[in-house]
Design a protein around this ligand. Structure first.
Ligand SMILES: NC(=O)c1ccc[n+]([C@@H]2O[C@H](COP(=O)([O-])OP(=O)(O)OC[C@H]3O[C@@H](n4cnc5c(N)ncnc54)[C@H](OP(=O)(O)O)[C@@H]3O)[C@@H](O)[C@H]2O)c1
Length: 262
């Protein structure tokens, strides 16, 4: 199968490319500044509508996995909302199935956790709002797309953002709950789900174990970690995801962080 991955130099995207190649797929690795370690690199700025259309029509993938994003506030409108809109419109026009990556931070974390796919998103941060806006555009422009919401990613041999935070040490929130998910296991799940183009709409894909930011830091090896309460403003408290629907669809179980670190 021809698979096109956006954000192919990123933490998740590079792992998706690596596993897709190992599974024998033809992998088009979309990049912006950094060079992707796996797949056939193609440079595209996803904010450029015409260029995204052109490259999708040129390469004609059967599956697009859209991981690209940027979390800085000034980048949200371009690299999250506009980029997602362009990828969805172009994937639809090219006849490709789309797996779009989203986040547990579309929820407010105040009540209702663990959140199922039918829970009402109500983001409390600018990032969560931009990701929700992107989800809405993607579902409108590509109604057959699968919108995968996941949680904090960790687990590559080289340290990722969570491992770097843990190594740095300092204050970690004791009252923010997430469902950290092993990046390799998520990448495998995305490829498996992506082959099933009858799956559409939101799907929660995270490990079932929930831990606080402090527990996560300790499990990732922090030695100088101090537990503190979250300031709450702009930070959802409990965004545990209910991923039982995905668990029923997937061949392999997504292991909790305690299990992957034991
Ligand atoms: N990481 C987490 O803990 C986490 C948690 C929940 C959900 N997610 C979701 O998972 C997805 C992947 O996250 P990640 O941590 O793997 O991201 P990442 O490591 O920051 O990689 C994002 C990639 O997107 C590329 N990119 C950004 N803007 C672009 C543009 N305009 N055109 C082309 N490429 C662009 C970047 O290119 P350059 O390398 O060239 O800058 C980068 O390689 C995101 O959708 C995120 O919302 C992640």
């Amino acid at each position: 199968m021809k698979v096109l991955v956006t954000g192919a130099a990123g933490y998740l995207g590079s792992e998706v490319c690596r596993r897709a190649l190992a599974a024998g797929h033809d992998v088009v690795a979309l990049r912006l500044y950094r060079e992707p370690p796996h797949g056939r690199p193609v440079r595209v700025d996803l904010r450029d509508d015409d260029e995204v259309q052109r490259q999708l029509m040129r390469h004609g993938p059967e599956l697009v996995i859209h991981t690209a994003y940027r979390q800085a506030e000034e980048a949200l409108e371009g690299d999250v909302v506009r980029a997602s809109r362009n990828v969805a419109a172009a994937s639809h026009r090219a006849g490709a199935h789309l797996v779009h990556l989203s986040t547990d931070l579309v929820f407010d974390g105040e009540q209702g956790a663990p959140y199922g796919e039918h829970a009402e998103p109500r983001p409390v941060s600018a990032y969560g709002e931009a990701k929700l806006h992107a989800e809405q555009l993607v579902r409108t422009l590509h109604p057959g797309s699968l919108v995968v919401r996941t949680s904090l990613l960790y687990g590559k041999p080289e340290p990722g953002p969570q491992e770097r935070l843990a190594a740095r040490g300092g204050d970690f929130y004791v009252d923010e709950l997430r469902c950290p998910t092993h990046v390799g296991e998520l990448a495998a799940a995305l490829l498996e789900l992506g082959e099933r183009d009858e799956l559409a709409g939101p799907l929660h894909v995270a490990a079932s174990e929930a831990v606080s930011r402090l527990e996560l830091a300790l499990l990732l090896g922090a030695t100088r970690a101090r537990g503190v309460p979250s300031p709450r403003v702009g930070r959802p408290r409990d965004v545990r995801l209910d991923s039982s629907r995905a668990a029923g669809l997937l061949r392999a179980r997504l292991r909790g962080v305690s299990e992957t670190r034991s």
